[in-house]
Design a protein around this ligand. Sequence first.
Ligand code: AMP
Length: 326
Amino acid sequence: MSGIRPTGMVHLGNYYGAIRNYVRMQDEFECYFMIADLHSLTTHPDTRELKNNVKRVLAENIACGLDPDKATFYCQSHVRETGELYLYLNMLAYKGELEKTVTFKDKARQHPENVNAGLLTYPVLQTADIIMHRASLVPVGKDQEQHLEMARNFVVRFNHRYGEIFPEPHAFNYNQELVKVPGLDGSGKMSKSENGMSTLYFSDNDELIRKKVMKAKTDSGPTTPYSSKPDYIENIFMLMKLVSQADVIEKYEQDFNNCTIRYGDMKKQLAEDMINFMAPIRSKTSDILANEDYLVEMMKKGAAKANESAKKTMELVREALGLNYF
Ligand code: AMP
């Protein structure tokens, strides 16, 4: 089980942190993937663009390889039971721990005019989404690690108080470290809403991808063989490892180690490899978006499957809570 917010365009960080694993997991597990439209209300209260954004993010995920015939792919707001489970879990979440959440503190700092209760209880809603399908593996990027820790705490508390209903959820990346795709400016991470020139979006055209990659921070190169790489150079190597062939990466590693590296050439290569990877997904997204009927049908099918699973879970939950009076 995992989700992605429709707060902007899907980017390379979403792909390598999450969607790539959705695509692999859908062949191996029973999967639920969700467009987290309710979560987006915590930071994006204006819903005029929501419908278009939801459709775009649906299409972008499918273009990246998510197959709605293999995984249940649905919109969060189509599972009404989530609100109910969120309410029960809120009684088990403490104000102090919610206030300490790093993402809450960041967002409160960025938008001091809108520090709403939904933002504070974001990890509780996320837990409701995950355990609604009694999921144990949650493919997410590194930024979500703390939320998953909190989800485990809420689940342990629920099970302790009301009975063993839920498995403990864990952030999942096939036994590898969770991924954080850095921004091209060498700081922070690629993200939907911030630092647009530092993030590679699947909607970017070839020229814009070239422009963004060429602007990535570099320096005049190492002067001592086998030096350690500054963070912003490490980032460029990391991006290259995501999209380039092994021999290309090896060449630039060697050039770096013997101090002959030309970052201009490296970035040109990276830009072309990036375009080779991203452009087909962009054009597939346009084709899917052009087929409105397909998207609507798919959403309905996903909602029906997710509702079926939610209904089963909530029967167990109400029973466990002792809310079955007759
Ligand atoms: P969001 O865009 O915040 O809704 O996140 C959707 C998924 O993408 C989550 O699993 C995030 O952990 C993941 N994600 C977002 N940005 C990055 C990034 N820069 N690197 C790795 N994973 C990311």
